[in-house]
Design a binder for this molecule. Structure first.
Ligand SMILES: NC(=O)c1ccc[n+]([C@@H]2O[C@H](COP(=O)([O-])OP(=O)(O)OC[C@H]3O[C@@H](n4cnc5c(N)ncnc54)[C@H](OP(=O)(O)O)[C@@H]3O)[C@@H](O)[C@H]2O)c1
Length: 330
């Protein structure tokens, strides 16, 4: 959130971003920085300020107490306990509120929060490092390292911004990964392995899960996992992709070729049977990272807008919603 003192132009601006779950929301942080400059100021927020008590006090109260007179909101919060209530309350108290500025940008920025709120499941990011001929490991199973240092550091940043990271038991047996954040600032996410974890694996402490992937996502969502990073291997990547469960693909492509059909493909399992069934995504970004390429893809979905879809109802104690909210807002 940004508080612009002296109305919408001219005065100094004070920014705030939400802290991890339980910490202050962006509004509280920006208002703290603004101090008395917030009186008569305009506040710019991505998500409608909350009007209910979660783990933190309502942001609407903080804005009113600080004397903010205008609030520019990008998105109405789909959380059924907020959904317009924050905006209504501000208007009732005489604050000028406009809604919809930079809505698309905010929707992209808050995609994990919105997905969690609307479906009860985490936003799923599938990340793989591959050669340009689409292979992720040599025939002997070795895959360290296909890409260079910059790409690996970027992947660690992705881990740090995720609540949980997941791999299949095959990857644990083959690579014995730690899945911690080491080459970037930030905390290590909770680790999840699909299948049994071999004794002494470096991924420990980790949670072993199994069964239907939709049910796995439901369970992780209920445990406040807002963003899940799936890091392979080929079988797990195939299963998430084939079930249409991936919200974002991050592919690190090295200028290298395995040069045969015996190296492991990105996806192990049956793919498109005919060209008519070729999966096509939307290129979100392509950029060079050292010697490698980072390609971000989004699935093309006929998604209804957040306001047209029924929001997932949060648990009665409301903690999942407030945690998710803290994670997703800025
Ligand atoms: N380049 C990269 O980005 C990258 C990333 C990761 C891995 N890799 C490479 O990929 C290879 C490993 O891939 P992989 O396809 O062999 O294995 P995998 O996808 O990591 O794991 C597959 C295994 O996970 C378990 N599993 C998966 N889904 C499950 C579910 N829903 N419920 C219960 N268990 C489930 C099963 O274990 P059980 O067999 O025990 O039943 C299954 O055989 C390695 O060579 C590794 O180096 C490369």
């Amino acid at each position: 959130m940004i508080v612009a003192a002296g109305g919408s132009g001219g005065g100094p601006a004070f920014e705030g971003a939400s802290s991890p779950p339980g910490g202050p929301h962006a509004e509280a942080e920006a208002l703290r920085r603004a101090g008395t400059s917030a009186r008569g100021a305009t506040a710019y927020v991505t998500l409608e300020p909350c009007a209910h008590h979660g783990r933190t006090a309502p942001c609407v109260d903080a804005l009113l107490a600080a004397g903010v007179t205008r609030v520019v909101v990008a998105l109405v919060d789909p959380d059924p306990r907020v959904s317009g209530a924050g905006i209504d309350r501000l208007r009732e108290e005489g604050v000028e509120v406009s809604v919809g500025t930079c809505e698309e940008e905010a929707r992209d920025l808050l995609a994990p929060y919105l997905t969690h709120r609307l479906t009860g499941r985490p936003f799923v990011v599938l990340k793989l490092a591959a050669s340009l001929d689409g292979r992720i490991a040599a025939p002997d199973g070795s895959s360290a390292w296909i890409t260079g240092e910059e790409a690996r550091a970027d992947a660690h940043r992705l881990r740090a911004e995720s609540d949980s990271v997941l791999v299949g038991a095959g990857t644990v047996r083959c690579d014995d990964p730690r899945l911690t954040v080491r080459d970037a600032p930030g905390r290590s996410p909770r680790r999840v392995v699909l299948g049994a974890i071999p004794p002494g694996a470096r991924v420990e402490p980790a949670t072993s899960m199994c069964g239907d992937l939709g049910a796995v996502l439901d369970e992780l969502g209920a445990q406040d996992v807002v963003q899940l990073l799936v890091e392979g291997g080929a079988r797990v990547a195939h299963d998430f992709h084939a079930a249409g469960l991936v919200d974002k693909y991050v592919l690190y492509l090295a200028p290298a070729l395995f040069g045969g059909d015996d190296a492991l493909s990105m996806f192990a399992g049956p793919g498109a049977a005919t060209i008519r069934h070729l999966w096509r995504g939307r290129l979100v970004s392509v950029r060079a990272l050292g010697a490698d390429l980072r390609v971000e893809l989004a699935p093309v979905r006929a998604d209804a807008s957040a306001s047209e879809r029924t929001a997932h109802r949060p648990p009665d104690d409301g903690t999942a919603a407030s945690d998710a909210r803290a994670k997703g807002r800025s």
